[in-house]
Design a protein around this ligand. Sequence first.
Ligand SMILES: Cc1ncc(C[n+]2csc(CCOP(=O)(O)OP(=O)(O)O)c2C)c(N)n1
Ligand SMILES: [Mg+2]
Length: 350
Amino acid sequence: MNDWSFGDLADSAHYQQAIDVSGHDVETLFKQLRTMLRIRLAERCLAEGRRNGMIGGPVHLGVGQEAVAVGVAAELRKTDRVFGAHRSHSHVLSMGSSLHRLFAEILGRDTGLSRGMGGSMHLWDQPNGFYGSVPIVSGTVPLAVGAALAAKLQGGGDVGVAYLGDGAVEEGVVHESLNLARMLKAPAIFIVENNLFASHMHISLRQPKESTARFAAANDIPYEVVDGNDVVKVRLAAARLISLAREGHGPGFLEAVTYRWYGHVDWRDDIDVGVNRSLEDLVEWRKRDPIARLVNGLQALGLIDVNELADMEADIAKEVDGAWKMALADAYPPLSALTSQVFADVGVAQ
Ligand SMILES: Cc1ncc(C[n+]2csc(CCOP(=O)(O)OP(=O)(O)O)c2C)c(N)n1
Ligand SMILES: [Mg+2]
């Protein structure tokens, strides 16, 4: 790893087998499976809503990446402060957010997470620990450091979490954030979902080395690099880094190697094929499905049977469908919300 290449970690063929779940709490594994399925089916629903024109704004789908947020969230609590970016449905749902309110936001309804004013890239659910997402790549990373510093000063052992992509680490503010977090010993956890692409460009066309953990090393921050399609490995690595931060040792950096199945934005999977992404790669990466690998791991130990899995999927599909229909029936915000919700009411002097 010290040449900062992923070796076979980025090679889907080596990682298509069942994940090893032996010795782990079965209830937690089932909860993780349900949450990953909920995220997957919700995003499939969004893909369809976008394809058929019911959703007006763009959606950035993370299908294939579900194990990252679900593994990390298993180690978080509601008083932590989580920040996302443009591809954050999994981040907010993994914290326990309501499917109905997420759908309502994306459909521009008043009941949405941001009162229907932001759409897919402006999510907010502070009661569940999700402090916000914005489309400005890397824009929330320094905010997570500030929130982590506040948590440190408050003394409750909470952490700030910044989800960012392999493309976001090319922004200067990420490096300032890493340095500042380290110097202030802020309990900030940087989670890089390295899906090898930023928009349509493969990492080999953008960076001299593929592992972004080299920036953690440069800032003397403890880091781990894991198979991001293995929810158990993600969780174990997150647990180590988060407990160090909670105990006052400062920031941590987790790089999860993964892949998104859809193109950069919206429902088509072939939209960025051609720039180092081929349909063959996609077929191989689909075999590295984090959900199927967890199911296979549970099956290998006789912990789940096909009927139980089918029932679980049917229940979640019903829940997703119900939330979608409820959101569609909700009202749009009133015209007055344009000034009461979008601009801060802080009595700015004229
Ligand atoms: C500051 C800024 N620059 C450029 C963009 C356009 N843009 C949106 S997403 C994206 C790629 C981000 O890639 P990455 O961080 O790897 O996240 P991923 O899309 O892979 O989840 C870019 C360049 C933006 N939204 N903000
Ligand atoms: Mg990326």
